[in-house]
Design a protein around this ligand. Structure first.
Ligand code: SF4
Length: 58
């Protein structure tokens, strides 16, 4: 289950840019798109790799 650590997220937008079916930006932080909590998608791994502060937890 993919999650974003809101405290850690610095709002760079990279995850939402490369994986917009799973992540979106809200109030300056990334959130998992509603209904996608249990989703598995190859781009989640890319987002985890690209996140500069390791805020994405799978
Ligand atoms: Fe936040 Fe990481 Fe996504 Fe950037 S890539 S918006 S820091 S979760």
């Amino acid at each position: 289950m993919v999650k974003v650590d809101k405290e850690a997220c610095i709002g760079c937008g990279s995850c939402a840019a490369i994986c917009d079916n799973i992540f979106m930006m809200k109030d300056g932080k990334a959130v998992v798109v509603s209904g996608k909590d249990g989703a598995s998608d190859e781009c989640i791994k890319e987002a985890i790799d690209i996140c500069p502060v390791d805020a994405i937890i799978e």
